[in-house]
Design a binder for this molecule. Structure first.
Ligand SMILES: [Zn+2]
Ligand SMILES: [Zn+2]
Length: 278
């Protein structure tokens, strides 16, 4: 989810100045980033069956499936525990839940593995049960866990970067891990890129059309753009009712990496949800 940013703390601080309403949300991210900086991404060597790989690409299958990623969940667990022990020193409303989670994960190493697996399998019921058990909000716990997977996903991304073709992969899911895009943006030349919610891979995608269901019918596609926020849009599809937040580099100066822009565009999610999209 997090590609290594050069000097992430400075980027976060600059963004917080531009978006004062999101100072608190960015503050949480900043705190996690401080620990992340200390973790060096492991280097991975993987072997591949070239023929199998060619066939998969040809058929439109991503290189890996979310449930079968060659990553080390133990080191992601360690990072997650680190996040939680950092956060319990803050005055936060979820301190008790974090303490419960930290205690359980210390006693039962499988706890975090189950958590990561629930997230990777997109098993919402399992995630909700794990979160409820410790008294945490599932979305908040998922957020921490996704960030904790960052260094592992980055290592995997580095190991396979020459095996995915991000310029000619015209599917609505990530060429590396098959996940849905969390955001999109237009480049200076007007090309659209989608950003993977899990591994942060960005791939070119046709300008028009719903990345989720492939709908190309203009009558059923559209966008919302809040007043006074040029270049910040929500593209929606009336066929599958999904939406994707999309930023336009031609209009927005100094655009931050997508995982940060995702945090400071929560109001766009609210706009989309109010309009009936999911
Ligand atoms: Zn991905
Ligand atoms: Zn659609």
């Amino acid at each position: 989810m997090m590609k290594k940013m050069k000097d992430p703390l400075a980027i976060v601080d600059r963004l917080a100045e531009r978006k004062p309403l999101y100072r608190e949300a960015l503050g949480l991210y900043r705190q996690l980033a401080e620990r992340m900086i200390e973790v060096s991404s492991p280097s991975r060597r993987l072997s591949f069956d070239e023929n199998m790989e060619k066939m998969k690409r040809h058929e439109g299958f991503p290189l890996f499936e979310r449930q079968a990623l060659p990553i080390d969940l133990a080191s992601a667990s360690e990072l997650l525990s680190g996040f939680m022990s950092d956060l319990i020193h803050e005055e936060r409303p979820d301190t008790e839940g974090l303490m419960n989670a930290l205690k359980i994960s210390g006693k039962d190493p499988d706890w975090s593995t189950r958590l990561f697996e629930a997230i990777l399998k997109e098993d919402h019921a399992a995630l909700a049960a794990i979160a409820e058990d410790v008294g945490l909000d599932p979305d908040g716990l998922r957020y921490l866990a996704l960030i904790a997977l960052g260094p592992e996903m980055e290592a995997l991304g580095n190991a396979v970067s020459d095996r995915i073709d991000t310029e000619n992969w015209d599917y609505g899911y990530c060429p590396l891990c098959g996940s849905k895009p969390s955001m999109a943006y237009f480049t200076d030349s007007g090309k659209r890129y989608l950003h993977c919610e899990l591994c942060g891979t960005e791939w070119a995608h046709q300008r028009i059309g719903c990345p989720f269901c492939g709908n190309q019918d203009h009558e059923k596609l559209g966008y919302l753009e809040p007043e006074q926020e040029e270049g910040h849009r929500v593209y929606f599809c009336r066929k599958c009712l999904k939406y994707i937040k999309t930023l336009d580099k031609r209009v927005i100066e100094d655009m931050a990496p997508m995982e940060l822009e995702n945090i400071v565009t929560l109001h766009l999610d609210m706009l989309a949800v109010e309009a009936g999209f999911k």
